[in-house]
Design a protein around this ligand. Sequence first.
Ligand SMILES: Nc1ncnc2c1ncn2[C@@H]1O[C@H](COP(=O)(O)OS(=O)(=O)O)[C@@H](OP(=O)(O)O)[C@H]1O
Length: 411
Amino acid sequence: MEYSPLRAQHPYVLSASPVRRKLALFGIMLVLWVYVLYSCVGSCATVPSLRADRQRPEHAGLRSGIESRLVPRARGWEDYEQTGVGVFSRDLNNVNSDEGTNDRTFPRDGNDAETETERRRGGDAGGDTGGQTGGERRSPVHSGGLSTFSNGSGIKRLPQAIIVGVKKGGTRALLEFLRVHPDVRAAGAEPHFFDRFYDNGLDWYRDLMPKTLEGQITMEKTPSYFVTREAPARIYSMSRSTKLIVVVRDPVTRAISDYTQTLSKKPDIPSFESLTFKNRTTGLIDTSWSAIQIGIYAKHLDNWLQFFPMRQILFVSGERLISDPAGELGRVQDFLGLKRIITDKHFYFNQTKGFPCLKKAEGSSKPHCLGKTKGRTHPNIHPEVVQRLRDFYRPFNMKFYQMTGHNFGWD
Ligand SMILES: Nc1ncnc2c1ncn2[C@@H]1O[C@H](COP(=O)(O)OS(=O)(=O)O)[C@@H](OP(=O)(O)O)[C@H]1O
């Protein structure tokens, strides 16, 4: 008789005993269980590890230093100034024009513009607050009041350090440079929580922050806080141990820079000179003009000192941030209790831009300069007007040097 494999198998299958069938079923179930168990271990692994870190703070810094390199961060937000579109879209026209720049360009690696899609992708950017009314945003999940969402890449925390000022001081440069540090994570867009969106509440604010691991510092920058009367009390009530950083710059150049920004958006505004003086003949300065008002640093600082001791405020020289970025970054890292990781080797001077740039942007291997709205050419201001302004600011500068114990050399 001819051998037929078909015939040889069928009788075997049909005649399989119930015991064998049960064994086969058991085998399949076993395989399924192993598979389910394996999947669960993979997806739940991060939760216990975060808990373990909290119990072992001495290891936190080391671990976060390593892990933070694995966590994707948003890159380059410099042109979201004080308006910022982050993960969520917003109506740019709702933004106060004297502070924000509606220039959405983002010259990545020193040249072209970032698209809206790229901005939305900026994961940890935290989003901007201006276009997000409370109702538009998903509400955060609460977990014991300290943090919201918890997953593999950390949890959202309120900032422990804030760059509170000053507008046009060099705040974007400082934040961009700082985020190179593996233990710093920052909201990309300016949240404007303590001046414009305070009523949205702390949970709303926290939800704008990037996720951090234990040992990492959460930061944000909103330069208008420095001149916001309510900001110190509000920050104090969030946490009295918040570290504050103020980037200050010669108030005369700062005022011109401020004016340049406004002019770029509203080319029809009056001349710098006519806005500066209440009366051109008497030379009386119009201190109600925000471009002038912001530069009276001593006055604004007084307000902060009602709530925070001087040791909790670091003043960064906007000028030195350009001439010696590594030096200023060294001071900032010390102040934040960070290891000095950002050094000279991170910067190069870009001749075309006329400013220091990063050799490697965070999360990229390419050089990175700040965008077109940073380092604009200022209009020529009559030397007499500049001199008049210098005279006006001198006593305030002196007072500021005295208060901070540091001569910034503006006079
Ligand atoms: N590395 C580097 N690259 C480019 N620009 C730099 C840098 N460091 C400091 N600056 C100065 O930053 C000024 C803008 O300050 P801010 O970022 O604080 O402006 S803003 O208030 O957020 O709009 C900006 O002011 P302008 O020169 O008037 O445009 C720059 O002088």
